[in-house]
Design a protein around this ligand. Structure first.
Ligand code: BTN
Length: 261
């Protein structure tokens, strides 16, 4: 069954996020549809949603498996100024984690920078694509995929690294309730982020990466060390085996010996 958007709207407490939905049964990727909307002057907070994606994509050119009817695939069109751009990568995973927690009592963790995990497996991912003109952000596309009621085949390659809310909870969860909470949280955190450190601290407190020996790969660069902390911008600070510290702005974290996810 398709999403009941009326139900989502009844639960929204937002000023601008989710005040306009573009909802389609199927698309290549909500990122592509959202880009068209953004180029056509869509208002900030516009949410592009699809029941399924034929070419859902993740970070680093990966495929985001996007079957119909059971999950959430959405892209928010945002128009932050440059100073707020980085906060999107903190606000998005935190809003997913808080919404899942609110409806399940489970405690999602975050794998730096913005994967959401349940029981050590990935339940949601965030892909942010921004269009800049000089120092101006024309728009930012915040793509969020949440495995909600996805029955992951135990024999599939995904099973060891991915999970769904249903798998962890043992029952279906209303996608409408989860989506409304996610959007409510997103706006709340986005508005709060520039004022103080509470949003950053809430994101940091859920980082399962801290204190672990990790390998961070970004393009052709690999850094290894203990994930000691994150700085105020959300960068990861690694302590190398020779005692030196390095700050990493972006990348894919894997623990030594695992394949990441
Ligand atoms: C990742 O973890 O690598 C990011 C996954 C992001 C998936 C979402 S689903 C909605 C939006 N459309 C896409 O094609 N990707 C994002």
């Amino acid at each position: 069954m398709g999403l009941d958007l009326g139900e989502v709207e009844r639960r929204l407490r937002t000023r601008f996020v989710g005040r306009r939905f573009v909802y389609v049964a199927s698309t290549s990727s909500t990122q592509d549809l959202a880009r068209e909307q953004a180029e056509a002057d869509a208002a900030p907070g516009t949410v592009v949603l699809a029941e399924e994606q034929a070419a859902g994509r993740g970070r680093f050119g990966r495929v985001w498996v996007s079957p119909a009817g059971s999950n959430l695939y959405l892209t928010l069109v945002m128009r932050p100024d440059l100073a707020r751009l980085r906060s999107l990568g903190i606000v998005a995973p935190l809003s997913v984690a808080l919404a899942v927690e609110e409806h399940t009592g489970l405690s999602p963790q975050i794998k730096w920078p913005n994967d959401v995990l349940l029981g050590g497996r990935k339940v949601a991912g965030v892909l942010i694509e921004s269009e800049l003109a000089g120092r101006e952000v024309r728009y930012s596309l915040v793509g969020i995929g949440v495995n909600v009621n996805f029955d992951i085949d135990p024999a599939s390659d995904l099973a060891p690294i991915a999970t769904s809310v249903k798998r962890e909870l043992g029952r279906d969860l209303s996608r409408e309730e989860l989506l409304a909470s996610l959007l409510n949280r997103f706006e709340e955190l986005y508005e709060e982020a520039p004022h103080g450190t509470a949003v950053y601290a809430a994101w940091r407190s859920r980082l399962e990466t801290l204190g672990r020996q990790v390998r961070v790969t970004f393009r052709d660069q690999v850094q290894e060390g203990i994930a000691e902390d994150v700085d105020g911008q959300g960068n990861l600070i690694l302590r190398r085996s020779d005692g030196s510290r390095v700050t990493v702005e972006a990348g894919e974290v894997s623990l030594h010996g695992d394949a990441g996810c």
